[in-house]
Structure formats: C-alpha cells, structure tokens
Design a protein around this ligand. Structure first.
Ligand code: HEC
Length: 183
C-alpha cells in the first residue's frame, strides 16, 4: 500500500516534469525536498490556472498563478494534497515615469517577467525549519525569467505564508475557490 501510494504521487508530479522526484529515488525512500529544491515544472504554463492577472499596484506588479492537475482537483475547504505544485509568475507593471500604466480594461499592463516562485508539498517536507516558520508540508523555490534557480532568503517566503495555516498557507485560497466555482 505504501509503495503504491508513492507510485501514484510520483506519477502525478511527473506530469509536470519534476525531475528530482522521478530520478534516482526508490519507492521506499522518496526524497524529502527542502526550500530551493522543488524544480520549476516544465510546461506549467499549459496546466490549470490558479488565478489570472493578480493586481499588485502597491508593489507595481502583475502576477499569473498556476497549479498542477493534482492540486486543481482539490475540493473547496480541503487542504491541497501532497504532490500539489503551485507556480507564480511575477511581472513588473508597465510604468509611465513612476506611475503604473492602466489599460482600457482598468487593469495594470504586464511588463517584463522578473521572477517565478514555486510552492510544492510532499509527505514529510519542510520540517527542518524553526517551528514558527513551518508551513505544513510546503517548501519554496524561486527562479529567474531564464529558469535558473535564485538564491532567495526562503525564511522570508515562510514569514508571509506561515500565518495562513487555516488556509493551508495559501494566501489566495478563498479567491481561488470562489473564482473556480464561478467559472
Ligand atoms: C511579503 C509577503 C510575501 C513574501 C515574502 C512571499 N510571499 Fe508568496 N504570496 C504572498 C501573497 C500576498 C500572495 C498572494 C498573491 C498576491 O497577492 O500577490 C502570495 C502567493 C504565493 C503563491 C501562490 C499561492 C498563494 O499563496 O496564493 C506562491 C506559489 C508563492 N506566493 C510563493 C512564494 C515564494 C516561493 C516566496 C519566497 C521566494 C514567497 N512566496 C514570498 C506574500 C508573500
């Protein structure tokens, strides 16, 4: 049963091409990923959307959020299952001088992609950090627009996400399920 479970989890993550998980690990000793280790999933842009054009005028950004098929199957009110991967693209808002440009639809206009953030969860992951920074089984990673890993201070990611335990540490949890239900 144990082996079968991991087999399923590995397949689900392999849909998004998570190299670390599918590689040399045996079924009985799956890798426990740490911050910085989840791969940027290949082809995530073609997977399910989490939220589109999240407006962040406060920091002059627009964000595009994605979730893998396993996470997208989660029912409202439930935590996301181990094997879930979320990707968030951070775009600069286009500026006119210092002021963000607003398009005809009233939204900020997307400029250059600056960073891509990843949140992924798996059994036993993310336990090697101080208790006040624990985010369940979620671990964090960050990439540049070229897909190369960035050495971010992942305790900062945790500092913002950790207080959201009631929402499985996902800041736009409610908005996602509301918008998904309305689609
Ligand atoms: C200053 C607080 C803050 C920090 C630091 C932070 N986040 Fe977030 N994160 C947010 C907020 C707020 C959202 C919701 C989207 C939005 O409003 O921009 C979010 C959303 C996300 C999401 C989409 C899922 C969700 O929670 O809605 C991912 C993935 C993510 N962050 C990863 C990271 C990673 C990786 C880091 C560190 C490299 C990080 N975050 C650092 C505040 C933060």
């Amino acid at each position: 049963m144990r082996i079968k479970y991991w087999g399923l989890a590995l397949c689900a993550v392999a849909l998004w091409g998570c190299a670390e998980m599918g590689s040399a690990e045996t079924a009985s000793a799956p890798a426990k990923l740490k911050d910085g280790e989840p791969a940027l999933p290949v082809g995530y842009q073609n997977g399910p959307k989490f939220l589109s054009e999240v407006q962040r005028p406060d920091i002059k950004q627009v964000r595009e959020l994605f979730i893998n098929p396993m996470g997208a199957a989660t029912k409202a009110g439930q935590p996301f299952p181990n094997g879930t991967v979320m990707v968030m693209e951070l775009y600069k808002a286009k500026l006119d001088g210092e002021t963000p440009v607003v398009g005809p639809d009233g939204k900020l206009v997307k400029g250059d992609l600056t960073k891509v953030f990843v949140m992924a969860k798996g059994e036993g992951w993310g336990q090697d950090v101080p208790e006040n920074l624990r985010t369940g089984n979620w671990v964090f990673a960050a990439y540049g627009p070229d897909g190369l890993a960035l050495a971010e201070d992942f305790s900062k990611c945790r500092g913002c996400h950790a207080p959201l335990a009631m929402k499985d540490f996902v800041l736009r949890y409610d908005e996602y399920f509301e918008k998904r239900a309305a689609r």
